[in-house]
Design a protein around this ligand. Structure first.
Ligand SMILES: NC(=O)c1ccc[n+]([C@@H]2O[C@H](COP(=O)([O-])OP(=O)(O)OC[C@H]3O[C@@H](n4cnc5c(N)ncnc54)[C@H](OP(=O)(O)O)[C@@H]3O)[C@@H](O)[C@H]2O)c1
Length: 245
């Protein structure tokens, strides 16, 4: 019997959490589509890392907030092995901006990338993923903290959590699970950007485990949701944060 090659699409896989997820899924036997927006070299590096560990992957560029590009991304991803089994939507941005009038453009930017992007990726995933497949989107544990300057970002991720739960209901009858994973502070470029050393140290201490998450901590949980052990977890937000929230 010939088994189909399971294919996973990971958005924002050129670095950070998406890269760790792509590498882990490749270890678990998926052919992985490494999506990125701007940095081809970083995406190629992710593909090389996967090939070096004996996996299979290819990089495809698409801005997740651009409908034409997302449509082409899914068409190209599906064309490789004729199927798509798993979509992990990790692409995202986190500009800091207080809720003051001059922050409107930062608000528009983060809603555009994080919320419109999630809507588009989830919508095309719903159309494209095989029955029995899995859809996972990244939210954030910072929703539970309500720190100053996180308003636009938290609003975008609250929207993602809403979309995930509704989509799980809309896919009734297809045996597809739809979940969100909400990391706490995790050691990636997105986390370090714009923070002083003192801020990094104080945020690191917020978890009773007194460390930042590593991208692999998040990838482990996503791999569980994507695998056989995750089959009864549906319409949930799974917080992965060492007790931060
Ligand atoms: N790190 C944390 O502490 C943390 C905590 C909670 C939640 N999260 C969430 O986890 C996810 C991954 O974050 P990360 O820390 O891994 O971030 P990261 O290291 O900054 O990586 C972001 C990735 O997203 C891609 N990307 C950005 N804008 C894009 C767009 N419009 N279209 C397609 N790809 C795009 C980037 O590719 P290019 O460079 O090519 O643009 C990159 O591959 C995000 O949704 C974030 O909100 C992170």
């Amino acid at each position: 019997m010939i088994y189909p090659i399971k294919t996973a699409l990971v958005t924002g896989a050129s670095r950070g959490i998406g890269q760790a997820v792509a590498m882990r899924l490749a270890q678990d036997g998926f052919y992985v589509i490494v999506n990125y927006a701007h940095d081809l070299q970083a995406a190629d590096d992710t593909v090389e890392l996967i090939l070096a560990q004996g996996g299979k992957a290819t990089a495809i560029q698409a801005d997740v907030a651009n409908e034409v590009e997302v449509q082409q991304l899914f068409e190209q991803a599906k064309a490789i092995h004729g199927r798509l089994d798993l979509v992990v939507h990790s692409a995202g941005i986190m500009p800091m901006a207080k809720i003051i009038p001059s922050s409107l453009s930062a608000f528009d930017q983060v809603i555009h990338t994080n919320l419109r992007g999630a809507f588009l990726v989830l919508a095309y995933a719903a159309e494209s993923v095989e029955n029995g497949g899995r859809i996972i989107a990244l939210s954030s544990s910072v929703i539970a903290k309500s720190f100053p300057a996180y308003g636009a970002y938290i609003a975008s991720k609250a929207g993602v959590e809403g979309l995930v739960r509704v989509l799980a209901n809309e896919l009734r009858g297809r045996n597809i699970t739809v979940n969100a994973v909400a990391p706490g502070p995790t050691s990636t470029a997105l986390f370090y950007q714009g923070k002083t050393q003192a801020q990094i140290e104080s945020i690191t201490q917020l978890s009773p485990l007194e460390r930042l998450g590593q991208p692999e901590d998040i990838a482990n949980v996503i791999a569980t949701l994507a695998g056989k052990e995750g089959s009864w977890i549906n319409a949930q937000v799974v917080r992965v944060n060492g007790g931060f929230a």
